[in-house]
Design a protein around this ligand. Structure first.
Ligand code: FE2
Ligand code: FE2
Length: 190
């Protein structure tokens, strides 16, 4: 597995705008802090934090071509809201290019919606992506603090607000987000 952060960082700068590159670095830093807090693998957390959005700036056509060429399964909603595919594509690239392991690639693949029964590493990337220092939306400080107190509750809170925003806008809803939310509600020991 390629673990040289400088090499990965160089590759990332080639494919991302300045703004998204700094978001990626901030997510890496948040992943590191959360991994220390939750006794997860710090090196793996940093690597996935840095690379999770590496496919984000591909065009719609490039994304659709990539999934077709690489036999990545996607449903009707993903084919319509193609932005969501950046996770699965980045996961595939990180596996093939850098040899990231299955748990890391799955974390990257599902970082936007989550999935039921995520490992702690996967939960860390999910919430680090929503609470990194580059984020400035209302309630961010509270959510960031909650991520360190109870990561499951922080994920539920983020999913709740994202679902409400998408419903309000009349957007399609990713079923995985609802499954993730229900799983966490059923499994959390509130
Ligand atoms: Fe993303
Ligand atoms: Fe991101």
């Amino acid at each position: 597995m390629v673990t040289d952060i400088e090499k990965l960082d160089g590759d990332l700068r080639e494919v991302l705008s300045e703004e998204r590159y700094s978001h990626s670095v901030c997510v890496m830093q948040m992943c590191e802090k959360l991994a220390k807090k939750y006794n997860a693998n710090v090196e793996k957390a940093k690597l996935i934090g840095l690379m999770h959005d590496m496919a984000k700036e591909l065009s719609k056509k490039e994304k659709l071509d990539y999934v077709k060429k690489n036999n990545i399964a996607c449903n009707e909603i993903e084919k319509t809201v193609t932005g969501i595919l950046h996770g699965k594509i980045a996961a595939d690239m990180c596996k093939k290019k850098y040899g990231f392991d299955d748990e890391m690639c799955e974390a990257i693949a599902v970082h936007t919606t989550g999935k039921p029964n995520m490992t702690i590493l996967q939960k860390i990337l999910f919430i680090a992506d929503k609470t990194d220092e580059s984020r400035t939306y209302d309630g961010i400080v509270e959510l960031r603090n909650l991520a360190f107190e109870n990561i499951d509750k922080a994920i539920i809170k983020n999913l709740d607000s994202t679902l409400l925003i998408n419903i309000d806008k009349g957007n399609l809803i990713f079923e995985e987000s609802i499954k993730t939310r229900n799983y966490l509600l059923l499994s959390s020991e509130n």
